[in-house]
Design a protein around this ligand. Sequence first.
Ligand code: NAD
Ligand code: UDP
Length: 323
Amino acid sequence: MPRVLITGAAGFLGSHLADRFLADGWEVIGVDNFLTGSPENVAALQEKPGFSFVRHDISTPLYVKPDIDGVLHFASPASPVDYLELPIQTLKVGSLGTHNMLGLALAKGARFLLASTSETYGDPTVHPQPETYWGNVNPVGLRGVYDEAKRFAEAMTMAYHRYHGVDTRIVRIFNTYGPRMRPGDGRVVSNFIVQALRGEPLTIYGDGTQTRSFCYVDDEVEGIVRLFHSERVEPTNIGNPDEFTIRELAEIVLEETGSSSELRALPLPEDDPKVRRPDITVAREVLGWEPVVSLREGLRRTIPYFRERVERDDATARALGEA
Ligand code: NAD
Ligand code: UDP
């Protein structure tokens, strides 16, 4: 049975990927230190045959005994709120962590896939963003800790490919959402849904005219798996090209949750990209992939998860308050 090692397996995307590889008949070794991930995701995976877990900070070297055919490197804080709170860990896992996981892939003769990001394009001056665009990143701004860590990770991945012959892949992931995001992780989809469900104001940063293009997690995982199995070494955008302003997203979330929450304007964070939309010509032509789940459909699949989480968290808070 082939075996992959997935870093960040306790997180949102890593746990969905682990599910997918298990369903495809692979053994999966999940690695995580629970920095921003959840033990609950690992507990659910541990019920499945073929899954094992190693608790480890991959910014320090990791040695594993079994043969490994693939390393999927997804460990990193991903929400801006998380990486602004954890700047040094973010830089370390993107640099040292990537180096360590490339070393592991080299030692095992495994294929390596890096979870990179649309943030490598920064606040883009080319729109939509093709893979050939080099980006517009402020290296010393607050977001630089994430953007530059990922840009370094891409450079290190290409160096291991060119100088050590490691079989590498790089996926540039654009804003992905779905069940298993932490309700408090601070990203816009989770914030808006949780605020709508609680009847609290939806927090719009800036004037809400900035855009993002939201991909449902099942589409994202399908694209990543296809890239992993392909022969394409160069970075590849995987995201949904349907673009929305943040204000439009807020209105759609209100409609889909049936909420009458107000919209509240808050200051725009530093260096917040004004537009973002993937050019997915490469994914279409090379992988035969494009997303199939619309934003409304994806939200309909995601809202029940958050409803359950919010009810559970509120019940726990009430019980603690009464105790
Ligand atoms: P997440 O925060 O849910 O998951 C990240 C996981 O990595 C967590 O379980 C965390 O505990 C773990 N981790 C962090 N540092 C670690 C370390 N030093 N050692 C071991 N584990 C560590 O985030 P996510 O949304 O699932 O993102 C996963 C990956 O995808 C990240 O690399 C992120 O940069 C990338 N990405 C995600 C998106 C998105 O929209 N979700 C967009 C672009 C890129
Ligand atoms: N945003 C917002 N309200 C929130 C959270 C985020 O208006 O409660 C905005 C944020 O300023 C950005 C966009 O939504 O313009 C997407 O933010 P997110 O943190 O999800 O990810 P980003 O794409 O910035 O990495």
